[in-house]
Design a protein around this ligand. Sequence first.
Ligand code: UDX
Length: 434
Amino acid sequence: MRIVMVGSGYVGLVSGACFADFGHEVVCVDKAEEKITALNKGVMPIYEPGLDLLVGNNKAAGRLSFTTDLGPAVEAADVVFIAVGTPSRRGDGHADVSYVYAAAAEIAQSIKGFTVVVTKSTVPVGTGDEVERIIRETNPDADFAVVSNPEFLREGAAIDDFKRPDRIVIGLSDDRARAVMTEVYRPLYLNQSPLVFTGRRTSELIKYAANAFLAMKITFINEIADLCERVGADVQDVSRGIGLDGRIGAKFLHAGPGYGGSCFPKDTLALVKTAQDHDSPVRLIETTIAINDNRKRAMGRRVIAALGGDVRGKKIALLGLTFKPNTDDMRDSPAIAIAQTLQDSGAIVSGFDPEGMENARQLINIEFASGPYQAAEGASAVVLVTEWNQFRALDLSRLKSSMAAPVFVDLRNVYRAPEVEAHGFTYHGVGKAD
Ligand code: UDX
């Protein structure tokens, strides 16, 4: 299949490289000239484990190329994926689909022969209908079908998620498009990954419902964690105790500082807006958003409480700044709200992140250290914010030796209290009675 990926950001690049790896001929298009020039030189615009190798191998094999020139690529394509961004619209929280519509209009001008146009970007219900209308209006002679095929990729594990998906959701009503999409996903289909064919609007909603459910699941366990602290229970045991129930499932039950990232905050908000517009409010999700927003600052207050209530002039070290490990993504990371809350109370905040330092510099104004031990020098507390592997086996004696006071706040429950306390620290986990 000849595939064009419009938008070479996170989703477009990972999907394009994986499709090429399946043996398809893929052209990734992006308007940003510097991004395409860099990709042609083998420089990745994002950090994602394994992506540089995957891109390099498929480029060398002649199956993957990069261009700013959409027209010729679309003319030759069997399938064109739209994988441009759909950020939260400033002011009202609706998903901004203007980039999707602009891409649709541009694609329409170059369609030759039967072409399947697929929205891979996360788009509100009804966007596919509008894409179809735009293409028909721009090019009335075009022979095409519009399909919805949402992505379910986790940052840091995106290639694995693409190649071993729990399911592939495809929303369409056209038989020719169904045959094309089956061919596109043939290698996964042969691997027994379930293809869920459904209507286009249903497919669009599935993406939002999945992300909202996961955000709600995390928020649920975070509230239970707070309760555990009050009643003398242990949230990790609660997670295990409920997660072994097959109806609940063990995943996404890790209590922590609240969810962040590019998807959950944006998609939950967009779902709330769509639901309100259709007079069918999703109150569970409205509440989820409010709880999660509050929680991030509450984590800062938790650190202040761990230091006895006064942090003025004290140094506090944040270990991990990204919203989760194995990414350089700082979007909506709890570290931002935590740093601000601490600074608002007069603390001096230092921090270190293995991959996120560059992005963090754009968002927070803290002392950036060259490693975890450097960040902790002279600090009255270390706060483990993101569970990077390199923070899982810290030399606790070394850490403590340079600190002003031995307080360890573990917002990801990476450590067990006795092992940290054995080194002379006061330890505070999440959802555990102190
Ligand atoms: C998510 C979805 O998982 C993915 O399917 C979708 O396509 C995009 O959004 P991502 O944002 O990359 O992926 O990260 P994910 O691993 O889902 O984590 C999201 C946030 O939830 C992180 O801040 C993480 O720390 C937090 N989280 C996750 C928890 O606090 N507890 C958990 O048990 C799981």
